[in-house]
Design a protein around this ligand. Structure first.
Ligand code: ZN
Length: 139
């Protein structure tokens, strides 16, 4: 309420990478919160562990790092936020909250899930087991 249709289409929420100039687009609604309208409403899932698709670096981000930005609707098409959780991860741990990455269903080379699994194996050991991956559309 209170926004025009045009504003609603253009505004989005992003997390700028700590290492490169790329940003990860957040869905309007996901376990991370409701990002709709001018202000984000983050949940207590934060801090979020996020892999940058461009540079491959993983950082933990607080919700205050979320930036409001503008992106044409067509650039969001097919983009989703992917979450990979680790089986048997302790309550309130990074593995329980999940590892996140941006994922495009249009890019054949998009191997976001492989990258997340590789990060988890490097960090928690080769024997780590995963829950089924989940994703939330950014459209
Ligand atoms: Zn990056």
């Amino acid at each position: 309420m209170g926004t025009t249709g045009l504003d609603f289409d253009l505004w989005c929420f992003l997390i700028p990478c700590e290492n490169c100039e790329d940003s990860t687009l957040l869905p309007r609604q996901s376990p991370l919160g409701t990002f709709e309208g001018p202000y984000g409403q983050p949940t207590d899932e934060w801090p979020v562990t996020l892999l940058c698709q461009k540079c491959g670096q993983v950082f933990s981000y607080l919700a205050v790092k979320v930036r409001r930005g503008q992106m044409p609707v067509q650039h969001r098409e097919g983009i989703a936020l992917l979450r990979l959780r680790l089986k048997d991860a302790p309550e309130n741990s990074e593995g329980r909250r999940g590892l996140y990455a941006s994922h495009s269903r249009y890019l054949r080379q998009d191997n976001a899930l492989d990258k997340l699994r590789a990060y988890a194996r490097k960090t928690y050991g080769e024997a780590v087991e995963f829950e089924a991956p989940e994703s939330w559309s950014c459209e």
